[in-house]
Design a protein around this ligand. Structure first.
Ligand SMILES: Cc1ncc(COP(=O)(O)O)c(C=O)c1O
Length: 409
């Protein structure tokens, strides 16, 4: 097999690399990427096996360590992200956990923004401390809070921007600077921005993680994740962790993601354009108490969004009047948009974070994060934008009706 290009050298623009980057063609010269659904690899003799295990022959050994289809995905993602190296994992959470556990040890300390996806919050605030790795959660928008949280043993910073589900932004370049001064590694979960709209490595982050389950698949099929960083760190820290603890990605899932990357840019640009239009359409609706969309001028960090992202993204959140009942009435009235906790899908999906993705948090912690009972998170899909606008507006009208009637009566 030969690589279609030198590894990690981006020769073309991202949309081209998303189609061709990293392709390894077999002796059959297939057009579409091959799926190597194999656990292992055979050797012509004992000497060849010995050389492979010693690393003297660079071929594949076992799919827990590396696999040709998974390697194509890793290479294509490096080219899109501008990273030197990466490793794909079985889920986004496997990637988040690997990005931290492969490097941190008992006695170390991590600082993280407080506005996190529920499972990221669990890993940082509960799981790592159990292993003797202390963590401090800060208001990620407050740069002084990051500085104040640094200790001599701080080894990592972690953040999501935009955050799940309130779409709060963090100034990645500024936090990267603070991390560098503290000799800590900044890990950015870039799920909500996608590799198309934000480039944390260019902003100074050391590591980027994705749940490939979201926009990278984009059609609700497979779980997966990926960690991207510099080659030395990936080879010394991440690769041995993956090889020996085994959160490896299935070659089948890697193949699905590879094919999905071919349409990533097209999909997320269209989804983000629709999202911007929908945010505008619902902003003034009487049933909407507050809108959160980084691409809308009402967002408190609109200027940062314009500086740091090339689009407002595909996600919108808003508080529906009437608390939990108002949000549930709204969700029930939707016809095109489905109720589901996933995101980044071709299908538009709505979630009520307080009772699903963030139900594990205590009520006061949710309140502190702005996750109210009326908050809904909308992942904008690929349906006709007019159908989506009509669906949202009719559902908002219906959720507002009982209150309007009560006021009238
Ligand atoms: C910001 C963020 N990070 C990580 C994950 C975890 O991804 P996965 O479900 O693939 O494990 C999610 C999933 O919802 C997420 O929203």
């Amino acid at each position: 097999m030969t690589s279609s290009q030198d590894r990690r050298t981006r020769r073309y623009r991202p949309a081209t690399e998303a189609v061709h980057g990293g392709t390894l063609r077999s002796q059959y010269a297939e057009t579409s990427e091959a799926m190597f659904l194999t656990q292992g690899f055979v050797y012509p003799d004992g000497e060849a096996a010995e050389a492979r295990f010693k690393g003297e022959d660079p071929g594949f050994v076992y799919s827990r360590y590396a696999n040709p289809t998974v390697a194509m995905l890793e290479e294509r993602m490096c080219l899109l992200e501008g990273a030197e190296a990466s490793r794909a994992m079985a889920s986004g959470m496997a990637a988040v956990t690997a990005s931290l556990l492969c490097d941190l040890k008992a006695g170390d300390h991590i600082v993280s923004s407080r506005a996190l996806f529920g499972s990221c919050q669990y890993v940082i605030a509960e799981f790592l401390p159990r292993l003797g790795i202390a963590s401090t959660l800060v208001d990620g928008t407050d740069l002084d809070a990051w500085k104040a949280a640094v200790r001599p043993e701080t080894r990592a910073f972690f953040l999501e921007s935009p955050s799940n589900p309130t779409l709060e932004l963090i100034d990645i370049a500024a936090v990267a600077e603070i991390a560098r001064a503290a000799s800590a590694r900044l890990v950015v979960d870039n799920v909500f921005s996608t590799p198309v709209f934000q480039h944390p490595l260019q902003l100074g982050a050391h590591t980027v993680v994705y749940s490939a389950t979201k926009h990278i698949d984009g059609q609700g099929r497979c779980l997966g994740g990926i960690v991207l960083s510099d080659e030395a760190w990936v080879e010394e820290k991440l690769a041995p962790y993956l090889k020996h603890t085994g959160p490896s990605l299935s070659p089948f899932n890697a193949w699905v993601f590879l094919k999905a990357l071919e349409t990533l840019e097209l999909r997320v640009r269209r989804q983000a354009e629709t999202a911007a239009g929908l945010a505008e359409a619902i902003a003034g609706h009487p049933a909407v108490e507050r809108l959160y969309y980084p691409g809308h001028r009402s967002h408190p960090q609109y200027a940062l969004a314009r500086r740091q992202m090339t689009s407002g993204g595909t996600m919108i959140s808003f508080d529906v009047k009437g608390g939990k009942q108002g949000a549930f009435d709204f969700a029930r009235a939707l016809e095109v948009v489905k109720i589901s906790n996933n995101l980044g899908d071709a299908k538009s999906l709505v979630t009520h974070p307080a009772t699903t993705t963030h139900q594990r948090l205590k009520e006061d912690e949710r309140a502190r994060l702005g996750i109210g009972e009326g908050l809904v998170r909308l992942s904008v899909g690929l349906e006709d934008p007019e159908d989506l606008a009509e669906d949202l507006l009719q559902a908002l009208d219906r959720s507002a009706l009982p209150k309007i009637r009560a006021l009238a009566g």
